[in-house]
Design a protein. Sequence first.
Length: 473
Amino acid sequence: MTEATRRNPTRVVVIGGSIAGMLAAAAVKDHADSVEIIEAHELPEGPEPRTGVPQAVHIHFLHAGGAEAIESLLPGTTDQLLAAGANRIPMTTNMVIYSPEGWYRRWQRPTHFMISASRDLTDSIVREQVLKDPRVSVRTNTKAVGLRGDHRTVTGVQIHTADGTQAVLDADLVIDASGRATRTPQWLAELGITGLAEKRIDSGLVYASRLYRAPVPTRDWPMVGVQADPGLPQPGKAGGILPIEGDRWHVSLMGAPGGQPPREAGAFEAFARTLRHPVLADLLALAEPLTDVSVTHSTANRRYFYERLKHWPEGLVVLGDSVASFNPVYAQGISVAAQGALALRGVLANGLAHGLARRAQQAIARPVNTAWTLAVGQDIHFPTTTGASPNLADRLLHRYVSRLSRTATGSFHAATALTDVLALQAPPTSLVKPRVLLTALAGPLRPQLEQPQFTPAERRLLDSLHKHAASPQ
């Protein structure tokens, strides 16, 4: 049998039991006899916290592009999430968002959607879907410590178990989905593969989050957000309330250096009142805190450009945060990992022919490019950002996108063009198509809103809650 007609991989090893690792297993399971996932920690049985995922305490949602990729890989996942209490939020119909250019309207014709749930719930449902396949197994409490093979071909993974055992797992294909802690750059250097380009762009944003018991039923309740304005002289501040399962609100507040959110529970809601609009603080005054405040400083955008290397070994693919991690304010990580896994499955359709790993890495880079452009294109305009600064082209593009965003506050067509991209279903270049350019030139067709746009029913409910809170007990 020649290399060109080599059959599909018989054994795949996935490094990392994260959601990216599980989606990688879902992508390859139909093309392998066995898929073994190597995970450094124990995996929970249900929707419980998983060790090694500090960002799980902050708000998460699936963009439409990510949700549809997961559904393609694991049919029925969306229905299972919704049955477990997740919310399907139509964009922009159920979104109360204060952008730097003003309040977005809640158009009655949804353009896209997002799925809101806790990270623990999303993880558990994806994990359950993947692990019910008999071809997929997990080896927990096991660390991958190196690659086997040479600069031409990766043939397996060196592992260490919790009891000190060392072993080698042979594989036709190794997938690194170990996340931000990836060691693939060092492992490639050990194989003699050098020249890997890396970028790190950090706005310095700090995240503080906690859970609340919502004062209203969260089904069909809108997400509420106040975005930072990089054009203001003070440190950027932002925040969001996301309705999740169990009639809870997941709340995250963010601030750049000089305006970071506090760790103290008593100061959390006071910080929310310092945002560009007090809507979040007004809502939180009606809700019951359920947890302490969790804080993280790890919000940098970091990317390895594997697809640019002159040489790439057969038998190795890198996916998810191991390729690129993004400022979590944009909620892109899971969706980009899902789109990358879907791209990997597409490349595998023709089996493990020569050059598959390089083609897969190039395909994985495409959804990364979109998310990277969006995240970095915003972050470089904050004065606290390190790692890059805007050039003339960046500033001109930012002015154009700001004009389009202002137009979107009063134009359905502009709002649709923006959400096409934000939902990770169209490339940023779609924003400069002639029709979109003309829409931006025309400007908003309706006057700007002066206040958050709650529906009459939502307003009545909030008014009654405020009256109840103000009445003597």
